[in-house]
Design a protein around this ligand. Structure first.
Ligand code: ATP
Length: 325
């Protein structure tokens, strides 16, 4: 009903309440209620007595109905829960997963109060400007494969951003999207598993979309699509574009069980490939020349003594020699 209504109203002409009621086979009162519902999501709807309703703009709308109106997926995001505010969308998905929710459930929030980064760090998601989204997956592959999903999501976020903004994002291994050397997307994959069996995986993605300025602590390393592109973007379109790309990429990944289908693209857009890096490993940091990732997502680094090593993302961060990238 909501999708049919937004489709009907998006033809840029007035449609009377009676016409809508007849077309959708519902009462006038149900039409009025549905219009109010999509208005609350931010749809700008004009209502003129005697003429009816017209959709003026959906650029600012951000919610379940607007996101789903842009989805082209079969199973991902067809069940989608939207939160004006929540602690963390990853935690929301975990809770639902524990209660038996099916693969494909997506949680999206306007604001997170306890957004998480890797290794207990925080991810800032103030309200009204960003996307926080998490997807529930129940893969049949073995648990050691799951961390690569972070990279599948990185590729998907890159493709979604490119499609909606025309900007050229890059990837900082393993899990950040950067533009002009600053971070605009963070990805956190969490898993519940037995040694040889995955209960579920949650891939969480935070995107800085329309942020105008950042807190002092992250100003130097953070950016938003608005700051890079000079205009505001529809968060619903972008959320849907990322989900659309992720479903396609996930299916390809699942078929192969490695990153073979993506490593070429990943490496061509990886800011670390071909550069000197400092690998900050809790077991001992070292420097070297990064080549790019292998099909398992490990970063191939040639140490200064000539030894080639494959760095596993788990506990490790990399930095460029003169800054974040
Ligand atoms: P690295 O690999 O570079 O060490 P990471 O990918 O492990 O970083 P994450 O855990 O993904 O980092 O992100 C958490 C960090 O990102 C925080 O410690 C903070 O410095 C920074 N940060 C927090 N919120 C944002 C945001 N909205 N935009 C950009 N950076 C942020």
């Amino acid at each position: 009903m909501n999708k049919d209504l937004t489709d009907l109203l998006s033809k840029n002409e007035f449609v009377s309440g009676q016409q809508i009621a007849d077309t959708l086979g519902v009462s006038r009162n149900a039409v009025w209620k549905a219009v109010e519902k999509i208005r609350r999501e931010g749809f700008d709807i004009e209502a003129v007595t005697g003429r009816g309703y017209r959709l003026k703009s959906n650029e600012d709308a951000f919610g379940e109905i607007s996101i789903q109106s842009f989805l082209k997926t079969k199973w991902l995001g067809r069940d989608l829960t939207f939160f004006e505010e929540t602690g963390s969308t990853n935690d929301e998905i975990k809770r639902k997963a524990e209660q038996g929710a099916a693969q494909g459930l997506v949680a999206v929030a306007d604001r997170q109060t306890k957004g998480k980064g890797r290794r207990g760090r925080t991810w800032e998601t103030p309200g009204g400007e960003n996307i926080a989204m998490s997807c529930l997956l129940r893969p049949s592959f073995s648990p050691d494969i799951a961390p690569m999903l972070t990279m599948v999501m990185a590729i998907s976020a890159l493709q979604g951003i490119e499609e909606i903004t025309g900007l050229e994002p890059f990837i900082k291994w393993p899990n950040d999207i950067v533009i002009n050397g600053k971070k605009c997307v963070g990805i956190l994959t969490e898993m519940s598993a037995e040694p040889d069996y995955i209960h579920y995986v949650v891939t969480g993605t935070g995107v800085n979309v329309n942020t105008e300025s950042f807190p002092d602590e992250i100003r130097e390393m953070a950016t938003s699509l608005y700051l890079e592109g000079g205009r505001k973007y529809s968060r619903s379109k972008l959320t849907a574009a990322i989900i659309n790309a992720f479903e396609k990429n996930y299916e390809l990944f699942e078929e192969r069980g490695d990153l073979g289908a993506f490593s070429k693209l990943y490496n061509s857009r990886c800011v670390n490939a071909g550069k000197r890096v400092c690998v900050m490993d809790p077991k001992g940091s070292f420097e070297g020349l990064a080549k790019g990732i292998d099909d398992r997502g490990e970063l191939l680094v040639t140490k200064d003594d000539g030894e080639e090593t494959a760095v596993y993302a788990g506990e490790v961060s990399v930095r460029g020699m003169y800054g974040y990238t």
